[in-house]
Design a protein around this ligand. Structure first.
Ligand code: SF4
Length: 320
């Protein structure tokens, strides 16, 4: 068997930053540091931070007054921000700057008096956070069928935004349906699907046709990891999403010659390396790193955590 490694794979700049925020907060303020929701959707990362002193909660009411809380990379609604203020919590915001960019778009669209449609997955924390930027409410559509039955107040005063981690192909279909049904709908200036989602899906599209099995490392709750598995499956290649090497079923390898490997944006490289070691014990003889985009995006840390604020480029209101 030959192993193929997709490029890029694994951690994105938003995940790197979110983890660093929790680690620095623990260093600076001591344990425990409360984190609202899983900082990123990966079991290994969450367990590791828990071991270092992070306490994961869903409701801010569970944070003792005066303590420090970190908002997860997925972002939070205005109501959650306000609740944190009312409770007098010390907040560090690990919302990915590319999610914040979408929040700014929503605010701008509302100021223009538009109703806003969000394309995303019901119940995902990023969707809840983004929809919670508009106290007047927003419409949520998940697919083309939702678009066809959507009722709006004024079809000529509409705008849309999307979740950052959607399937690029699915999102293109849904937004095409929105444009067809509401020809004057305002679009985001630049796609809301983030660079990391786009690059990882492109890399799997390049890799999958060269493989007879694709393994994606990522947690079942991770949107972008699920999308990577779907991308490979849609190219008629058997694909599995696994948390780590322990979930590998040796039966999947029977008769396989080329195994493609990638990892979602919240999955550590360590888990990829462990999987490769296990595959080597099961007969993999070589590893080929595929060509792909080299990413160099970095985001600055929040003020107050000793980060170099000059690092990388931040997303500002003006950039939307
Ligand atoms: S996947 Fe995209 S939006 Fe999510 S944290 Fe990474 S860079 Fe940010």
């Amino acid at each position: 068997m030959e192993l193929m490694l997709a490029q890029p794979r694994g951690f994105c700049a938003g995940v790197d930053r979110a983890i660093e925020i929790v680690e620095r907060a623990i260093e600076q303020f001591g344990r425990p540091i409360y984190v609202r929701h899983e900082i990123v959707h990966n079991k290994y990362v969450v367990d590791d931070l828990r071991g270092k002193g992070a306490v994961f909660i869903e409701d801010l009411a569970d944070v003792p007054p005066g303590n420090t809380v970190v908002f997860s990379a997925h972002g939070v609604s205005q109501a959650v921000r306000q609740q944190a203020e009312e409770l007098g919590l010390n907040v560090f915001d690990a919302t990915c700057p590319l999610v914040t960019k979408v929040h700014f778009e929503v605010a701008k669209m509302r100021r223009e008096g538009r109703e806003i449609i969000m394309v995303g997955h019901h119940g995902h924390p990023e969707v809840e956070g983004t929809m919670g930027q508009s106290p007047q409410g927003m419409y949520l559509v998940e697919n083309v069928a939702d678009v066809s039955v959507l009722k709006v107040a004024d079809p000529n005063r509409l705008a849309y935004v999307t979740q950052t981690t959607l399937s690029v192909d699915d999102a293109a279909e849904v937004t095409a349906a929105l444009r067809a049904r509401f020809p004057t709908i305002l679009e985001p200036k630049k796609s809301d699907i983030c660079y990391a989602t786009q690059n990882r899906q492109d890399a799997v599209k390049f890799m999958a046709p060269q493989c007879d099995l694709v393994l994606i490392i990522g947690s079942p709750s991770s949107s972008n990891s699920n999308r990577l598995r779907e991308v490979a499956s849609r190219m008629s290649v058997e694909a599995h999403l696994i948390e780590n090497a322990s979930e590998l079923d040796p039966k999947w390898l029977e008769g396989r010659k080329r195994i493609g490997i990638s990892a979602g944006a919240s999955a550590p490289e360590l888990l990829v390396q462990e999987l490769m070691q296990v595959l080597k014990t099961l007969g993999a003889l070589s590893v080929r790193k595929l060509d792909g985009v080299e990413e160099s995006v970095q985001f600055p840390l929040p003020v107050g955590l000793g980060g170099n604020e000059q690092r990388g480029s931040s997303i500002s209101q003006e950039s939307v």
